[in-house]
Design a binder for this molecule. Structure first.
Ligand SMILES: Nc1nc2c(c(=O)[nH]1)N[C@H]1C(S)=C(S)[C@@H](COP(=O)(O)O)O[C@H]1N2
Ligand SMILES: [Mo]
Length: 314
């Protein structure tokens, strides 16, 4: 049994058809207006998600912790900065450009994706490279469902992702702490894996700005920094893409960044993690747990790396 019952999101099965249809209409209306002004209970209706079978049977991290202890350097480098300084960021309306080695490049509106993609709620463990973790209910759709629509060419081997760069809304980008815009990348087979999702919500609500509104990647078997926020461009390519952390510190952050307790970060151990929001205080008294290889998703993803040396390819 899940340790957590998903609030507010009726599954499609138990939703009367008339109500379901009126939600679709509401969503269509929201798409037309770019979801402007959709908050609170309206947003629950917009996030008409199905409960997924991808569920970690563990205590959910309190929403308060997941939305006030963040990494989002565009809004500052302290964990409290993103919640404090992302208030001017405007996540709607929002377009994502998908280009590169595809038969059908496109520009798509995120409100439209929220309206028409099959949304699911999944409860994933999420582990930051800084040796803390949390358990988050994400609402999103499989990245593969989006990539299929642009028809990747046979020559495409990687997917590059980019965060929007809006200096006037992102005070942290005034400092050259990373090479802006924030970039990330996946191998095409990693991007097409069913565990890889584009998230538009957490805790049944639209993503708060500090968590990557309006749309972000979530790759649960990799360190948190692979899960790039506020994406406005996705490019299919045949070359391994540059990534923000690999560019800034190549000895510390590789391209693969699979969660791996056997491969320490040069400055700290990766064998265990502090669980955010558990055991009273955070780093003070937080519960510690052993880090699992591939963050516990090995059964699903280990085959992607058959024959690869994951110590060299960190
Ligand atoms: N654009 C962008 N995406 C980003 C980051 C960032 O600084 N900028 N930080 C990454 C890191 S290090 C982590 S751990 C996660 C944190 O996600 P959360 O704040 O929703 O927990 O976002 C990742 N995505
Ligand atoms: Mo991270």
């Amino acid at each position: 049994m899940p340790a957590y019952k998903v609030p507010h999101i009726p599954s499609l099965e138990i939703t009367p058809k008339s109500l379901y249809l009126s939600r679709r209409q509401l969503i269509a209306g929201a798409a037309a207006t770019g979801l402007a002004g959709l908050t609170g209970t309206d947003a629950f209706a917009a996030l008409n998600a199905k409960q997924s079978s991808y569920i970690v049977n563990d205590k959910i991290t309190p929403r308060e912790d997941a939305t006030t202890y963040n990494n989002y350097y565009e809004f500052g480098t302290s964990k409290e900065d993103p919640a404090k300084y992302s208030g001017d960021f405007k996540p709607m309306p929002w377009k994502i450009k998908i280009d590169g080695m595809v038969a059908k490049p496109m520009e798509v509106d995120v409100a439209d994706l929220i309206a028409r993609m099959p949304l699911e709620e999944r409860i994933y463990r999420f582990r930051c490279v800084e040796a803390w973790s949390m358990v988050i209910p994400w609402t999103g759709f499989m990245l593969s469902d989006l990539l299929k629509q642009v028809e990747p060419l046979g020559s495409a081997k990687y997917v590059a992702f980019q965060t929007a760069l809006r200096p006037e809304e992102m005070p942290g980008t005034a400092y050259a702490v990373l090479d802006w815009p924030y970039k990330e990348g996946l191998r095409l087979d990693e991007a097409m894996h069913p565990l890889t999702i584009m998230a538009v919500g957490i805790y049944g609500d639209l993503l708060p700005n500090q968590n990557g509104a309006p749309i972000r990647l979530v790759v649960p078997w990799k360190y948190g920094f692979k899960s790039v926020k506020s994406i406005d461009r996705i490019t299919l390519t045949d070359k391994q893409p540059a990534t923000a952390w690999n560019t800034s510190a190549p000895d510390e952050y590789g391209f693969y960044s699979n969660v791996n307790p056997e491969r320490d970060h040069p400055r700290w151990s990766q064998a265990s993690e502090r669980v955010l929001g558990q055991g009273g205080g955070f780093f003070g008294g937080a519960t510690k747990r052993d880090t699992e290889k591939f963050n516990g998703y090995g059964e699903e993803v280990a085959s992607l790396y058959a024959g690869m040396d994951l110590i060299a390819n960190y």
